[in-house]
Design a protein. Structure first.
Length: 223
């Protein structure tokens, strides 16, 4: 059932490539998700996973998302900027002298994906980006692409996005792209999600229905 999901998705500035055991080197991914990776504590502060302790943990993650894709339960993608997209040069801790913007074409920017609940005909979106790719509107751009997959390819009825209480940057970004596609914030779900470290978070729930999406994107691209 892996053919349910596109192998590659292109947007104006990004390329989303399927993340599987056959397409991603676990050791390369580990360098971005490991304990001690640059800014990793900030990146994962409001996420449901914690930095990986060993490459084995990263390899097991790739096995999991590969299985989910093959079973039609969801798809995970590597996010990469297209040529001409600049990011701030890496800091000294990342192996560069931090001498200003540079072309980041093809660079690993983060992961995104959608998990499908076929019984409820609903997809849940998620993403994380390395810190130097924050603030560029990438989250909204890849969300628009995944909304199209959910509604136009998978024919689902609704898409859900959750944001942990306190994560104001993400809440504002999600609110913008959800409203742009006709959706809304439904409310705050208290003590809703348990992170890997055992902490419990309140979660803002946002949704877009198929009818809202089609009304918002009729005659346009929804941006």
């Amino acid at each position: 059932m892996s053919d349910l999901f596109p192998e590659r998705i292109e947007t104006e500035r990004l390329v989303l490539e399927a993340a599987t055991t056959g397409t991603v080197d676990p050791l390369e991914l580990y360098e971005h998700v490991r304990e001690g990776a640059p800014h990793i504590d900030e990146v994962t502060e409001y996420l449901t996973w914690t930095p990986h302790e060993t490459p084995k943990e990263t390899a097991e993650f790739l096995e999991l998302v590969t299985e989910e894709r093959e079973n039609g339960e969801g798809a995970t993608y590597v996010v990469r900027p297209k040529p001409g997209e600049e990011s701030e040069a890496r800091s000294a801790s990342e192996g560069s002298n931090g001498d200003g913007p540079r072309d980041s074409a093809g660079e690993f920017a983060g992961l995104t994906g959608l998990a499908v609940d076929w019984d409820r005909r609903t997809a849940t979106l998620g993403t994380w980006l390395r810190k130097r790719f924050w603030g560029r509107g990438y989250s909204g751009e890849r969300a628009a692409a995944l909304l199209a997959v959910a509604f136009d390819r998978l024919d689902l009825d609704a898409v859900v996005v959750g944001v942990h209480e306190g994560n104001e940057k993400s809440r504002k970004a999600v609110s913008r792209y959800v409203e742009a596609h006709g959706g809304r914030r439904e409310g705050l779900l208290r003590n809703f999600e348990v992170a890997q470290d055992g902490s419990v978070a309140d979660v803002h729930r946002f949704t877009v229905t198929a009818a809202e999406y089609r009304a918002a994107t009729a005659g346009g691209d929804g941006e």
